[in-house]
Write a protein that binds this ligand. Structure first.
Ligand code: DAH
Length: 339
């Protein structure tokens, strides 16, 4: 039984040393000392040869249990050392470089929209909202677009719910919505999405952004429209920009015009962006058609007004020299990061 007493002493010392081991290195040394090939327990097993036969099972069992105890203790301590080291690494090493949070920013189209709206806000326009899901009345009828107009056909407009509703194809709907709600004077801008079932290519998207603005009051004349748009063009595209109005037809304005600005890229000399014309078409505008006033029960002998509409995508493309509208909608961070 001498060996058993010896083993009990070994157990005591081992437990004490295990508690004292203060690092992974010390723990490894401890492991080698007790469990190693030439370690304390191995030589105890060798000494079993000298143990009396009847005592062998008892001593053998003791050695096995001690081995298990030591192994368990080692595993637990090692685990806790590793976790401690990990938590030190993760939270406490203030010398490590910080993790830089990726900051996003507004989408170039939203920025363009907000920049344009800001200019109109400075001119006392109120920003209003208007629905994207509309009825034929607001999108066409009240805007004096006749029943047989091609834009009302299903391949030019997204109809939903069996044609009871549609996804608006222009923000001019805001004119009717506002005039129904309020009496003149009205001076508002509205920005939002419009939808058209166009085949997607470099200059067409089934969804894009428009800004609509209009004023209705007594005594509003065409020169008011010119003044407002000129101010906008100079503020947005640069003080040297010139403007021209080309006669055009829109059902909801009379007279109507398409409005061009002098090409700010080549200074009107002619370049690829302006197709060597020196001018860039930026918006449609005109005096609100008295027929539209009839739909909202405004007295057209008392009130006049002007309206204008522009494509945000197009303006953003012109301003930044972007040649493919699809880039706005592909969510490619390499593109979006540049703004
Ligand atoms: N709604 C027209 C379009 O989508 C743009 C437009 C033209 C708006 C003339 C107007 C306007 O208010 O007067 O093409």
């Amino acid at each position: 039984m001498k060996l058993l007493d010896k083993l009990k002493n070994i157990e005591k010392t081992a437990m004490k040393e295990a508690v004292e081991a203060g690092s992974l290195d010390e723990l490894e040394q401890f492991r080698i000392k007790y469990l190693g090939r030439k370690g304390v327990l191995s030589s105890a097993i060798k000494n079993m040869a000298h143990v009396a036969k009847k005592d062998k099972p008892k001593v053998g069992k003791f050695i096995n249990e001690l081995k298990q105890k030591i192994t368990l203790l080692l595993d637990e301590k090692e685990k806790s050392f590793r976790e401690e080291a990990k938590s030190l690494f993760e939270y406490d090493d203030t010398t490590l470089p910080g993790i830089v949070a990726e900051l996003g920013h507004r989408h170039p189209l939203i920025r363009t929209m907000e920049d344009i709206l800001d200019i109109f806000k400075k001119m006392s326009f109120k920003v209003v909202d208007s629905p994207e899901i509309e009825t034929e009345f607001y999108n066409f009828e009240a805007l004096n677009i006749p029943k047989n107009h091609p834009s009302r056909e299903t391949f030019h407009t997204f109809y939903v719910e069996d044609g009871e509703f549609l996804l608006r194809s222009q923000t001019s709907t805001a004119q009717i919505r506002m005039m129904e709600k309020e009496k003149p004077p009205i001076q508002v801008v509205h920005a939002g999405k419009v939808y058209r079932p166009d085949a997607v290519d470099a200059s067409h998207s089934f969804m894009f952004y428009q800004i609509e603005g209009f004023i209705v009051d007594e005594g509003i004349v065409f020169s008011d429209l010119k003044g407002v748009l000129e101010k906008f063009a100079r503020e947005y595209f640069g003080q040297d920009v010139r403007m021209r109005f080309r006669p055009h037809y829109f059902p909801f304005t009379e007279p109507s015009a398409e409005v061009d600005i002098s090409c700010f890229i080549c200074g009107s000399k002619g370049c690829r962006v302006c197709s060597y014309k020196g001018w860039l078409e930026v918006l449609g505008a005109g005096m609100i058609n008295p027929k539209v006033f009839e739909f909202v029960k405004y007295d057209s002998s008392k009130y006049t007004g002007f309206a204008f509409g522009m494509g945000v995508d197009r303006i953003c493309m012109l301003k930044h020299g972007i040649t493919d509208i699809r880039l706005f909608y592909e969510n490619d961070v390499r593109f979006l990061k540049q703004f």
